[in-house]
Design a protein around this ligand. Sequence first.
Ligand SMILES: Cc1ncc(COP(=O)(O)O)c(C=O)c1O
Length: 381
Amino acid sequence: MPNDFEHSITHCHATMIKEDFQEPRWISDMDFMAPPAVISALQEKISKGIFGYKTMPLTFFTSIQDWILEQHHWKINQEWLVHSRGTISALSMLIRCFSEPGDKIIIQQPIYHLFGQIIALNNRVVVNNELLLDEGHYAIDFIDLEQKLAIGAKILVFSSPHSPVGRVWNKKELERVGELCLKYNTLLVSDEVYADLVYPGYSHTPLAALSDAVSNNTITCMSPSKTFNLAGLQTAYLIISNPQHRECYAKEQQRLDLTTPNYFGIIALEAAYTKSKEWLEDLLIYLEKNINYVTEFLQQHFPEIKVIRPEATYVMWLDCRELGMDSSELINFFYQKAKLGVGHGYKFGLGGEGFVRLNIGCPQEILRTALDRLIRARKLL
Ligand SMILES: Cc1ncc(COP(=O)(O)O)c(C=O)c1O
């Protein structure tokens, strides 16, 4: 394997092992350095020393179009693409474009906590279509979803692949979501930031690639941030095939003066998408080894913690309900006793209580230390 993830630790902030956790940590980036091609592209631009205003180069669009065609077999037109600083800021803008204060917006908990927070901060009402968990497998509760759509929700914010539960929704599930939203005239905002981080045996289908009708009713959010560990460069993009939707978003961009991208983010995106496919392939192999390591370790040494095996993403959703702890006891166990920075399930909303989110985007040595600490803490129980 040419890319060495074993030693490429960049910093300790994403690392879950620390002595002094004061509060829950919500880091969802990786400990790895960005791909070498990204680093050298940035270094080259930095050495030129010109950092004035830039317009969007054509290559920004073509590199995304080629990447999505190759990775996800989806042919998108250049004019469908609009940049954004991040998925969550885009979500906030879309909520303002396509709903009014007091309108209902559906999410599917347990879900990344900022979905609900951004909806509430915009004075819209969060409606939860809680996922079903059956024998370690998550599914969409379609009966509940239809009831919630029928009461008149304006938007469904969909996570695909789903974070934190790690599901890669299959075509049948996606078709049902797409059809139901069309039936009830509910806009789909599909957050697909984890689309590239899918493990062998699974395949991501972009929701909007299903049909022209679904595409017309869907706004897709994608980004190289998760895939290539570039979140700090604040460069994401939306795919909007419906011209009216695009116009609305463009107006919101203008209103906020967010029409220009981050210069370095554009350079990084291009180098990632055009020169770093092999790095991603190696990363997925490494991450899968980490998943296997954690799974086997817990099965052997801490079987009360059940692994929900991720089909995608670099987070593992661990079912700790058998420990019989309430939220504050679980926090105390992980932070104070084991000194591990995990994401606490209750923060992800209903269905999250009793779970933790473990970030495995790190060298295996860190996971080894983390799991040893967990076993030591278990002895104190
Ligand atoms: C599902 C999901 N969407 C979006 C984000 C954040 O994306 P961005 O940094 O582009 O706002 C995260 C971060 O963890 C996430 O888990």
